[in-house]
Design a protein around this ligand. Structure first.
Ligand SMILES: [Zn+2]
Length: 290
């Protein structure tokens, strides 16, 4: 009887000590000012697992497109879980593909999803300097990349090509330039092997990349099973949060000397005319302004 009482009181004492010991730690590690990690996800459809034909991405709500959007949501859920488990406290997802890809009933909890058109400031919706990192999800390599699945820059129909200060650039560099205006670094790129290679070329070795397939040509690929890509996407997303301190914003010198080439669709001859346009862009935020 006495023995039990003694044990009980000892337990209470040590428990009390433990509470007192952990209390200051609880306050320091959960202080709201230090714990905010806000992540901005710009999405595209061409670089998602299982997507390799323009028939899946160009026309909205066809059976092939709806299925591709399901693949998109499955990949996206893995990324949201990985970022959350890595420590992200807030995630904003932008539906970036032209015909839109978000399927509401498949949204993974723990993020906000922006979709539909038109949207105010559609090129940089809600992005500001409070974000810790940008994720470019489901992206594709720039126009003309031989092993880039569905490679293009802005428009595959007119075969657009862009140069900024003499450097040929695709949608990865374009998106990162706008994020760079706000001082936000790219931290994670997902897409085919060629997209990952392009990301490292532009953003350096510290960016985390996750390959979802390997391109053989514009509409042929070695596909990786979904269970494998989603595991890699989850793990890569978790690593991307840890990589934030090493990632630098992508900055280019202003005013930007811009050059663009595109096919004149009015020219119906076998080798249609290519139109070249050159202009100056005063600030990175205006990069994609028409
Ligand atoms: Zn797209």
């Amino acid at each position: 009887m006495d023995e039990t009482k003694k044990k009980k009181s000892l337990w209470h004492t040590s428990y009390g000590h433990r509470i007192l010991f952990f209390l200051p730690l609880l306050f320091t590690s959960f202080s709201p000012a230090s714990a905010q990690i806000r992540i901005f996800i710009e999405t595209d459809l061409e670089g998602v697992s299982g997507v390799y034909r323009f028939a899946q991405t160009r026309e909205k709500d066809t059976p092939a497109n709806l299925q591709a959007c399901e693949y998109f949501m499955g990949d996206l859920a893995a990324v949201v879980r990985g970022l959350r488990d890595g420590g992200a406290t807030e995630i904003l997802i932008i539906d970036g593909h032209g015909t839109q890809a978000i399927i509401p009933h498949l949204m993974e909890p723990g993020a906000r999803y922006v979709t539909g058109k038109p949207r105010p400031e559609s090129n940089h919706w809600g992005l500001d300097s409070t974000y810790s990192g940008v994720v470019m999800f489901g992206f594709h390599a720039m126009n003309g990349t031989p092993d880039g699945v569905l490679n293009h820059t802005q428009s595959s129909k007119t075969e657009n090509k862009y140069w900024y200060n003499g450097v040929e650039s695709g949608e990865l560099a374009q998106t990162a330039t706008i994020a760079g205006y706000f001082g936000v670094p790219p931290i994670l790129v997902t897409g085919d092997v060629a997209t990952c290679r392009e990301a490292v070329k532009f953003f350096g070795n510290n960016i985390v990349t996750v390959a979802t397939k390997q391109g053989l040509s514009r509409e042929a690929a070695v596909l990786y099973p979904f269970a494998e890509t989603r595991k890699a996407l989850y793990e890569g997303s978790k690593r991307a949060i840890a990589a934030i301190p090493k990632c630098k914003p992508y900055l280019i010198k202003t005013p930007i000397n811009a050059k663009m080439e595109y096919i004149d669709l009015k020219d119906t001859s076998p080798s249609p005319k290519i139109i070249t346009r050159e202009w100056a862009i005063p600030s990175a935020i205006q990069l994609l302004d028409k």
